[in-house]
Ligand binder design. Structure first.
Ligand SMILES: [Zn+2]
Length: 162
């Protein structure tokens, strides 16, 4: 498992770069190479669990909120993301490309696919044509949203709360 973590970190270091977005969104994650749809762009690794939701936590279960290691903790939200989340063996999420991605492009995922409620993005700055403006949580996604139809959302959201 320790070796697994080491190779996951090497994959992340090879695939992505952390830098300032040059805007209001602080740091972001950028592709370091080309990706085809369906590739693991980043392997999420748990840093620690949090007692409650924070602006940077990622929801793993109804009452489980985690902080991921860098670089995943710096991935920004978009209402039109190029990444989707899939549970991985580290009890975190992998970030999978859902479209072709060129080097230098900012990587994003839709926080509403992991967060039942979303406090990280009070006013959405993603600038996507289909931006939902105030980024709410999972319940604000329409049932025919492509990421939901594709199953790219947190497994706990597929079960009833409690
Ligand atoms: Zn948006």
């Amino acid at each position: 498992m320790a070796d697994d973590v080491g190779s996951a970190r090497r994959i992340n270091a090879r695939n992505v770069t952390v830098r300032d977005t040059g805007g209001d969104r602080g740091r972001g994650i950028f592709a370091s190479r080309d990706f085809l749809p369906g590739e693991v762009v980043m392997v999420g690794l748990l840093d620690r669990l949090e007692k409650a939701r924070t602006a940077h936590s990622i929801q793993m279960d109804w009452n489980v909120h985690a902080l991921f290691e860098e670089p995943a903790i710096f991935v920004n939200h978009s209402c039109d993301p190029n990444l989707a989340i899939v549970p991985n063996r580290f009890r975190a999420y992998d970030f999978i490309s859902v479209q072709e991605i060129s080097p230098g492009v900012e990587l994003t995922w839709d926080y509403a696919t992991s967060e039942f409620e979303c406090i990280g993005v009070p006013v959405c700055l993603c600038a996507a044509a289909n931006c939902r403006q105030a980024a709410g949580g999972f319940s604000t996604l329409p049932p025919d949203h492509p990421l939901l139809l594709a199953g790219f959302y947190a497994p706990y959201l597929k079960r009833n709360s409690g």
